[in-house]
Design a protein around this ligand. Structure first.
Ligand code: ZN
Ligand code: ZN
Length: 332
């Protein structure tokens, strides 16, 4: 079957890989749309691979073979939750498969078919397009939603969102939906303008600026109570932590990997907390769908839809920063 292959050094080709072999409990999905995620861009930009590698971990499509799963039938429209668990343990039963000791992730997905846990194939409404399903149930709304929930936001919070790629944009949308004031920080005007459309009240272009001071100024001289880190930029991470007020909390949504924190200076002073958050959980999905049903502008998270054959152009566009969520479509 056809698949996007990363060659390294920002080169992409469409090649052939074997069809997926379903494991026990998997369903087979005919993929109709896939999303590009910031977490895959390191491999895209990285050194030349010995052999081009398949990629992707977001997929929406149609159930081609439910393989007996009671929750699915052939033809169902679904988006795949890319983080699944055993289904048996307490974490899984409570809808937190990401906590399962036997956690399994879906990859690759930039191909014609995927086989993944039937319990992770989540039904989408008939009137939701597959690209929007990717923005909701891929790395988008759900990841932003879960991060915002980790912060336990209150209506009188002031939240700063560092980085407004698809995840930061999604978090911005969720905060606006909850009526929480947010300032967003980025260096790309395109993304700042998009964040404003999604409900950000204050836009901070971090180019040549004391970012910490600008964040505090945006909140009328008060330090923000919460922060969301949706960039891999260390300077941005420190600027947001430094801005946080007493007892402030910052959640990191996966962008920053290794990061030289001084626990005393960066956290203990002012009792600040740094939290992790990984993807979204099964039990988040119905709440995410309530946000969609409320009329929140989730469709605006998707700025570009490319035909699958134009994957190279799609990657180039996403890499430029001049986009929100970039989707590859496999629909005819
Ligand atoms: Zn489990
Ligand atoms: Zn992702």
């Amino acid at each position: 079957m056809k698949a996007v292959l990363l060659k390294g050094e920002c080169e992409v080709e469409i090649g052939d890989i074997p069809e997926p072999e379903p494991q026990e409990g998997d369903a087979v999905i005919q993929v109709k749309a896939v999303g590009l995620c910031g977490s895959g861009m390191g491999s895209y930009r990285g050194p030349r691979k010995e052999k081009p590698i398949p990629t992707g971990h977001e997929a929406a499509g149609i159930v081609a073979d439910p393989r007996g799963a009671p929750n699915l039938k052939e033809g169902d429209r679904v988006v795949v939750l890319a983080v699944g668990g055993c289904g048996e343990c307490e974490c899984c039963k409570n809808g937190h498969m990401a906590y399962c000791e036997d956690v399994r992730t879906m990859s690759p997905s930039h191909c014609e078919k995927v086989a993944f846990m039937a319990r992770c194939c989540l039904p989408i409404p008939d009137d939701m397009s597959f690209p929007v399903a990717i923005a909701v149930g891929g790395c988008g709304l759900g990841v932003g939603y879960h991060g915002v929930m980790r912060l336990n936001v209150k209506p009188d919070d002031f939240v700063v969102v560092m980085g407004v790629g698809p995840i930061g944009l999604s978090a911005t949308l969720v905060l606006a939906h909850l009526g929480v004031k947010a300032a967003v920080v980025d260096v790309v005007p395109y993304r700042l303008e998009l964040a404003e459309k999604l409900g950000a009240e204050f836009l901070i272009n971090a180019t040549n600026l004391d970012v910490t001071a600008a964040i505090i100024e945006a909140n009328n001289g008060e330090r923000p109570t919460k922060a969301i880190l949706a960039t891999s930029n260390h300077k941005a991470a420190f600027a947001a932590l430094e801005a946080l007020g007493p007892g402030g909390r910052m959640v990191t949504l996966g962008g920053v990997r290794e990061w030289p924190i001084n626990a005393f200076n960066n956290l203990s002073i002012r009792d600040r907390a740094l939290l992790g958050s990984w993807h979204y959980h099964h039990q988040d999905f119905s709440k995410m769908m309530h946000i969609v049903e409320s009329g929140a502008p989730v469709d605006q998270l998707v700025t570009h839809v490319f035909p699958f054959a134009e994957a190279a152009e799609a990657y180039k566009t996403f890499d430029s920063g001049q986009s929100g969520k970039v989707v590859l479509s496999l629909e005819e």
